[in-house]
Design a protein around this ligand. Structure first.
Ligand code: GLY
Ligand code: MN
Ligand code: MN
Length: 464
């Protein structure tokens, strides 16, 4: 948690942007897994955390722009709560620590909302994703829960996204802590993976490193010998000699900030010649992004430049043919990289995904619907203070290759005979986290192995 001045100044800035009305920021409730008292681990809503800093369930924040007053609505612990969960800092004290003097109960919130309706005040809110909250809001606003997300405030969405997209020095410090724990997770796995292990054993190593530094996970870990499946959450395979193990995992630290990294490991300790060749192409894509990232360029252009490196690389390997610009323009390369180059990162691993990519990642501009580009979460002009991932990948997805071949798709650009030699290759991705600086960029966190020799040198430790 930051000092109360940080939260007060964030709310003040938001008020200046919104100008009038009432801003409602819902905190999260506990969510049952299978019954009321057996809940998922609590995760606070990140917008609530950003403006109110309180990592406690069942709170609502109100920013009254018209009267320049901020409120928290929530209940103090009852004796029953204290018996079961132990004594805790009072809500009133917690609220003081984030600069809120107006603290009221949830019953009073119902009254407050009824009065707002009577006064016909505009209530601004961002899109909601928890159904229990949508039902509560529907009750206040006398609409169907299905209509809650039809009445969101676009102004508020833009204001929140534009404020949260620029990371301040104290946020960058937190993100960097998360990135360094993420790095420790990947390095521990890199030093430990051996043929014969199960994927879930590596998954456990990753989680253990994070948990032992008082941190959680920023998203469910991907740890798979089938890296060609982009978001593969199955961990039940045995890891064999010659396999590539793709790990995409990140830490979420106590303050809520996230890290996100992908590494691809040669299980035998050394890459095969073919694996090393494709891996080198992957890293040249990553390095191209790093070379280009600076304020003023669009991330769409960085993505396209990286795709051009991929297209050229595939032409050199006789898998593609023709002009790399045309290949990229037509989206042929998306056969090997169907996803985007990266996404904003902060209090959410895909930062503010609930507010929506068109606003967060495209500043209201339209996103392409072309296969591949349609999965690019970030396309907007880069500004100093943006933090996002760079995550090129190269995948040989047998089902997709076979579908395109059967349709004779892009056969003027694709040497299917050559490509089919790679059907058993799998997939690779390499991901790092970047800050846009005034003059360029900085990869966050301590140095991370990237080139094949660096990775193989660390992999040797697994076999000592
Ligand atoms: N964890 C998915 C991603 O890297 O975006
Ligand atoms: Mn990732
Ligand atoms: Mn990512």
């Amino acid at each position: 948690m930051f000092s109360k001045e940080v939260y007060m100044s964030r709310r003040k800035k938001l008020k200046e942007e919104i100008k009038n009305g009432i801003i409602l920021v819902c905190g999260n409730e506990l969510s049952p897994m299978n019954c009321e008292d057996n809940t998922y681990p609590f995760m606070q809503d990140s917008t609530f955390l950003y403006y109110f800093g309180l990592d406690r369930e069942n709170l609502f924040g109100i920013i009254d722009v018209d009267n320049d007053k901020d409120y928290i609505f929530g209940n103090e612990l009852t004796m029953d709560d204290i018996i079961w969960m132990g004594p805790q800092v009072t809500l009133k004290e917690q609220c003081e620590s984030v600069g809120i003097e107006n603290v009221h109960s949830l019953d009073e919130l119902n009254e407050f909302m009824t009065n707002l309706q009577k006064e016909k005040k505009t209530v601004h809110y961002i899109p909601q994703y928890r159904h229990s909250l949508m039902i509560k809001m529907a009750d206040w606003f006398k609409v169907s829960p299905n209509d809650i997300n039809k009445n969101i405030s676009e102004n508020l969405c833009f204001a929140v996204a534009n404020q949260r997209n620029i990371k301040t020095p104290e946020e960058i410090e937190e993100i960097e802590k998360a990135v360094n724990i993420t790095r420790d997770m990947h390095l521990a796995a890199m030093k430990d993976i051996k043929p014969g292990m199960m994927e879930y054993e590596v998954d456990a190593i990753l989680e253990n490193i994070s948990r032992s530094q008082n941190s959680g996970l920023s998203f469910p870990t991907i740890c798979t010998i089938n890296g060609q499946t982009l978001h593969n959450h199955y961990h039940g395979n045995k890891i064999k000699e010659g396999d590539l193990l793709l790990i995409d995992a990140g830490a979420r630290i106590e303050s809520g900030y996230c890290g996100d990294m992908t590494t691809t490991h040669p299980v035998s300790g050394k890459f095969t010649e073919r694996q090393r060749d494709i891996y080198n192409l992957l890293i040249s894509m990553f390095d191209k992004a790093e070379e280009l990232i600076k304020p003023g360029i669009t991330y769409l252009d960085v993505h396209l430049a990286v795709c051009k490196v991929l297209a050229k690389g595939m032409i050199e390997r006789n898998i593609l043919k023709g002009n790399p610009d045309e290949i990229v323009k037509n989206g042929v390369h998306a056969l090997f990289m169907p996803h985007g180059l990266g996404h904003m990162m902060g209090l959410d691993v895909h930062d503010m995904e609930n507010i929506g990519e068109p606003i967060v990642g495209y500043n209201g501009n339209k996103k392409s619907s072309q296969f591949g580009l349609s999965s690019l979460r970030l396309g907007r002009t880069l500004e100093t203070g943006f933090v996002f991932t760079v995550e090129p990948g190269i995948y040989f997805i047998p089902e997709l290759i076979s579908k395109w071949k059967s349709e004779n798709k892009f056969s003027e650009y694709i040497n299917y005979d050559e490509l089919e030699k790679y059907l058993d290759f799998g997939g690779m991705r390499y991901e790092g986290d970047y800050l846009v600086t005034e003059n360029g960029n900085r990869r966050l966190g301590n140095k991370m192995p990237k080139y094949p020799d660096e990775i193989e040198a660390i992999r040797e430790e697994a076999f000592k």
